[in-house]
Design a protein around this ligand. Structure first.
Ligand SMILES: O=P(O)(O)OC[C@H]1O[C@H](O)[C@H](O)[C@@H](O)[C@@H]1O
Length: 546
C-alpha cells in the first residue's frame, strides 16, 4: 500500500467488508456477507472455534495469567484470517516496531510516542533522536522514589512544622484520568491500602468552583501538599485551579508556605501524557509508596513485552468491569480511546470515507445492569468488554447464602455475555407459555458481540497490565485505520472559542461593555447569563466555604 493510500481502498479491506456486510446496488440488496448469515448462537456451538478464539498471558501456571475470550465476537476463522491480512496491508507489524524503536510516528507533531519507554526495564534501549531515553526515565523515577520516601517518612514538613499527609493533585484530561483510575483501583488492594493508611489523595480537575470546594473539603492547608500536574502548563483549567489552591494556602499560611505546600509535575518526554510518566507516578507514589507504583509499571511492561513478541492471533489487545475497583477504568479509556482515535483524516491528511474511533462508556457491573443494559440487550448493538477478577480483594461469605458475595457478582459476569450472544427466541418464549402479546417485548435477538477478560487478581501489577492492554489495543486500531492516534487537534477549536468568551465576560463584567461578536443564539445566552449579578464582587478574592 502506498503511504498516502487509504486502508479502505485495499483489496483486504474490501474483502473483509464483503465477508461481513450487506452490499446494496441501486437500493437492492446485491450481496449478503457470510457473517450476516450466521448467528453467534450457532458460532458458539463450535467448541473448537471457541477454544481457538482465546489467548492467555501466562505467568507461571496455566491459571495465573490474564485470560481473554473473544469467541463471542461475530467472527469465524475466516474472519480472523481476513483481519490478519488487513493488518499486513496496514503494515501493522512495522508500525508497532516503529513505536518501540522510538521513531517519530506522531508525524503531525514530529514526535516519538514513548509510553512504552516509561515502564521499560533499566537496561532496555529506546531511542528518540538517536538518544536512549530509558536512563532519563529512570533518572526521574529515582528522584520520585527519593522524594516520596522523604515525604512519606514525615521529614518533609510544612510551613508550621507539621508533616504532610494529604495530597491534592491538580490536573485535567490525561493528567487526571489515568492517575484517578489507578488510585481508585489501588485503594481497594489490601497491600496498597495498608501502605496509604492515614493519607489522602484527592484530585481536582474541573474548573467548576464546586469541584474546588469538594477537593479541599475538610482538609487543612497545614498538612496538605498541592501537586500541579500538567504536560504543557498552559491548560486553562489547571492553571486557574492551581492559582486558586495557591490562594487557599497563602490565605491560611502566608506566601512563604507555597514552597513547602505546592509542587509542580510535568513530563519532559515528547510523549502524550501518560499515567506511567511522572504525572501519575509522583502523586501515586506519595500516596502508596514508590515500590507499589513500580509494581504497576512492571505489570504494564509485561504486556508491552507480550504485545511486541506474540503472534497476532495470541495477542491480548466498552467496558464493563465486574469489579468496583475498576470504577474509573471506563472514564480513563474514554479519554485514551476517544481522544486518540476520534479522527476525520488519515495520517497523511486525506479525508476518511469511513468512521474512526469508538464511543466508549461503561460502569462497573452489576450497577450498569440496572442502568443501560436494557439498551445493550434489546436496543442498539454495542460491543462489550466484560472484565472479571478471579480472586476478590475483599472476600465476603455469609453463612446460609448459597454463594459468596464475589461468586454472586461473578455469576453476572459469566451470564451477561451469553445473554447477549444467544438472546431468546419467540419459540423459547412460546415454550415457556409467555402470553402472545408479550412475545415481541420479551424476545432478545442476541447475536451481540462481546469479549471477556479474566484477571487472576487485581494487585498493582494486574492494574498495570490492564492499562497496557487497552493502550495497545487503541494504538493497533489507529494503525489499522491509518490515522495519527497520538495528536489531538480536535480539542483546540473549543479552547480558542472559550478564550473569546472569557474576554467578552471580562469586558462586560468589568468594563460594562455589551456582548458582541457572537451569533444571535450565543449572544442571547450570554446576555441572559450576564443579566444576573455575580453573587460575589469581582474585585476581591473569594474562596469556597468548606
Ligand atoms: O497535561 P496538560 O498539558 O495540562 O493537558 C491536559 C489535557 O489537555 C488537553 O485537553 C489535551 O487534549 C489532553 O490530551 C491533555 O491531557
Amino acid at each position: 500500500m502506498a503511504s498516502s493510500a487509504l486502508i479502505c481502498d485495499t483489496e483486504q479491506w474490501k474483502g473483509l467488508q464483503a465477508h461481513y456486510d450487506f452490499v446494496f446496488c441501486r437500493g437492492e440488496q446485491a450481496h449478503v456477507g457470510a457473517i450476516q448469515k450466521t448467528h453467534l448462537r450457532d458460532l458458539m456451538d463450535d467448541a473448537e472455534r471457541c477454544k481457538a478464539m482465546t489467548a492467555c498471558l501466562l505467568v507461571d501456571s496455566e491459571y495465573e495469567g490474564i485470560f481473554l475470550d473473544y469467541s463471542r465476537q461475530r467472527a469465524t476463522g475466516e474472519t480472523m484470517e481476513k483481519l490478519f491480512k488487513l493488518a499486513e496491508a496496514a503494515k501493522l507489524k512495522e508500525k508497532i516496531e516503529k513505536l518501540y524503536r522510538g521513531d517519530k510516528i506522531n508525524s503531525t507533531e514530529n514526535r516519538s510516542v514513548l509510553h512504552v519507554a516509561l515502564r521499560a526495564p533499566r537496561d532496555e534501549v529506546i531511542k528518540s533522536d538517536g538518544v536512549n531515553v530509558v536512563p532519563e526515565v529512570w533518572g526521574v523515577k529515582d528522584k520520585i522514589k527519593q522524594f516520596s520516601e522523604t515525604f512519606r517518612s514525615g521529614s518533609w514538613v510544612g510551613a508550621t512544622g507539621k508533616s504532610l499527609t494529604n495530597v491534592v493533585s491538580v490536573g485535567i484530561g490525561g493528567s487526571f484520568l489515568g492517575p484517578l483510575f489507578v488510585h481508585a483501583a489501588l485503594q481497594t488492594d489490601p497491600e496498597a491500602a495498608e501502605s496509604a493508611k492515614g493519607r489522602q489523595l484527592r484530585f481536582l480537575a474541573n474548573v467548576d468552583p464546586v469541584d474546588v470546594a469538594r477537593s479541599i473539603k475538610d482538609l487543612d492547608p497545614e498538612t496538605t501538599l498541592v501537586v500541579v500536574v500538567s504536560k504543557t502548563f498552559t491548560t486553562a483549567e489547571t492553571m486557574l485551579n492551581a492559582r486558586t489552591l495557591k490562594e487557599w494556602i497563602v490565605s491560611s499560611l502566608g506566601p512563604d508556605a507555597v514552597a513547602k505546600h505546592m509542587i509542580a509535575v510535568s513530563t519532559n518526554l515528547e510523549s502524550n501524557v501518560s499515567v506511567c510518566s511522572a504525572v501519575g507516578v509522583l502523586p501515586l507514589s506519595l500516596q502508596y509508596g514508590f515500590p507499589i507504583v513500580q509494581k504497576f509499571l512492571e505489570g504494564a511492561a509485561s504486556i508491552d513485552k507480550h504485545f511486541r513478541s506474540s503472534p497476532f492471533e495470541k495477542n491480548l489487545p466498552a467496558i464493563l468491569p465486574y469489579s468496583q475497583a475498576l470504577e474509573k477504568l471506563a472514564p480513563h479509556i474514554q479519554q485514551l480511546s476517544m481522544e486518540s482515535n476520534g479522527k476525520g483524516v488519515s495520517i497523511d491528511g486525506v479525508q476518511l470515507p469511513f468512521e474512526t474511533g469508538e464511543i466508549d462508556f461503561g460502569e462497573p457491573g452489576t450497577n450498569g445492569q440496572h442502568s443501560f443494559y436494557q439498551l445493550i440487550h434489546q436496543g442498539r448493538v454495542i460491543p462489550c468488554d466484560f472484565i472479571g477478577v478471579v480472586k476478590s480483594q475483599q472476600p465476603v461469605y455469609l453463612k446460609g447464602e448459597i454463594v459468596s458475595n464475589h461468586d454472586e457478582l461473578m455469576s453476572n459476569f459469566f451470564a451477561q455475555p451469553d445473554a447477549l450472544a444467544y438472546g431468546k427466541t419467540p419459540e423459547q418464549l412460546h415454550g415457556e407459555k409467555v402470553p402472545e402479546h408479550l412475545i415481541p417485548h420479551k424476545t432478545f435477538q442476541g447475536n451481540r458481540p462481546s469479549l471477556s477478560l479474566l484477571l487472576p487478581s487485581l494487585s498493582a501489577y494486574e492494574i498495570g497490565q490492564l492499562l497496557a492492554i487497552y493502550e495497545h489495543r487503541i494504538a493497533v486500531q489507529g494503525f489499522l485505520w491509518g490515522i495519527n492516534s497520538f495528536d489531538q487537534w480536535g480539542v483546540e477549536l473549543g479552547k480558542s472559542l472559550a478564550s473569546q468568551v472569557r474576554k467578552s465576560l471580562h469586558a462586560s463584567r468589568v468594563e460594562g461593555k455589551p456582548v458582541q461578536g457572537f451569533n444571535s443564539s450565543t449572544a442571547s445566552l450570554l446576555t441572559r447569563y450576564l443579566a444576573v449579578e455575580p453573587s460575589t464582587p469581582y474585585s476581591t478574592t473569594t474562596l469556597p466555604k468548606v
